[in-house]
Write a protein that binds this ligand. Structure first.
Ligand code: NAP
Length: 282
């Protein structure tokens, strides 16, 4: 049976470290602060924002929630971001996605100052990531890399397969793995030889968003490692892209859902807030 990569435990360890670093800043009279902006009444978004707020407060990071009504115009939102950009007491800015349909997300994300962009979605930060000079890296991919590293496997030279090419997970984790010297393949819905790719991969990161996409329909390398990023619901139960009970008997390392990537994402958001603060102090 595979070694289970315990995201909860790894996240807790990292959070303890974050708490200590936040305390060090406070001793210097600096209060690390994240501002999260929510537009509208999307229930799922509200609960994500509340979870981020709670995690920050528990770990010594000041959190400011800004809740704007659904009918906020793009211009009003841009003005709000401008205020946060110019406010020296705010170190990180996160705009909760998705935004209401009448607001262009790209325009909004580009308005955030790159040194306060704790989600790492600003084109400047995406560009830095692609040339291997990133400091503010999207939170989920950053958390995935931490999970892979927690196993102490040697990433260099390994065949890594990323299934999914979204801007928020697939592409950035592929970039991070390239910079770790893995040989990276990105698969997507038009890929025709997924069976062969899976059978030859040492590291598989699945970010497809289809419940139990990887199961007994594929064969896996015995010593491979699988990170399951999927957050899907099956019969009202949260499940990943991977049929955990089947695949855990076939590979060497596996991350579960829940309890794998999920707990790492908010943890990396807090780490990015401290990274942003350090950049601002410089
Ligand atoms: P997305 O934007 O919908 O991207 C899904 C990707 O999967 C696309 O690139 C798509 O290919 C590919 N795909 C779809 N069907 C496929 C198939 N049959 N074979 C191969 N590739 C296929 O999703 P996302 O935003 O990256 O999120 C992916 C999953 O991760 C979701 O379940 C999401 O909830 C979860 N997630 C979790 C966290 C966390 O913190 N735990 C954070 C972010 C996302 P095309 O590009 O060709 O369409």
């Amino acid at each position: 049976m595979a070694h289970i990569i315990d995201g909860k435990k790894i996240a807790l360890c990292t959070r303890n470290q974050i708490k200590k670093e936040a305390e060090e800043f406070k001793k210097l009279g600096i209060n690390p602060t994240l501002s999260v902006v929510l537009v509208g009444d999307n229930r799922a978004s509200k609960s994500y924002v509340n979870a981020k707020h709670k995690a920050c407060l528990e770990n010594g990071i000041n959190s400011i929630k800004i809740e704007l009504p659904e009918n906020t115009t793009e211009e009003e939102l841009l003005l709000e971001i401008n205020k946060l950009n110019n406010d020296d007491s705010i170190n990180g800015i996160l705009i909760q996605l998705p935004l209401p349909k009448h607001i262009n997300s790209d325009t909004v994300l580009e308005k955030i100052s790159p040194i306060k962009d704790v989600d790492g979605f600003h084109p400047v930060n995406i560009g830095k990531l692609s040339v291997g000079k990133a400091d503010l890296i999207p939170c989920t991919p950053l958390g995935i890399l931490e999970l892979i590293k927690s196993t102490n496997i040697n990433i260099e030279g390994k065949n890594a397969l990323v299934i999914g090419r979204s801007n928020i997970v697939g592409k950035p984790i592929a970039n991070l793995l390239i910079h770790e010297n893995a040989t990276v393949t990105i698969a997507h819905s038009k890929t025709i030889n997924l069976k062969n790719l899976i059978a030859n991969s040492d590291i598989i990161v699945s970010c497809v968003g289809i419940a139990h996409f990887l199961g007994d329909n594929y064969s896996y390398k015995e010593d491979s490692l699988i990170i399951d990023v999927g957050n899907n619901y099956k019969n009202d139960k949260l499940v990943g892209d991977v049929d955990f009970d089947f695949v855990k008997e076939k590979v060497k390392y596996i991350s579960p859902v829940p309890g794998g990537v999920g707990p790492m994402t908010i943890t990396m958001l807090m780490r990015n807030t401290l990274t942003a603060l350090r950049k601002q102090i410089k």
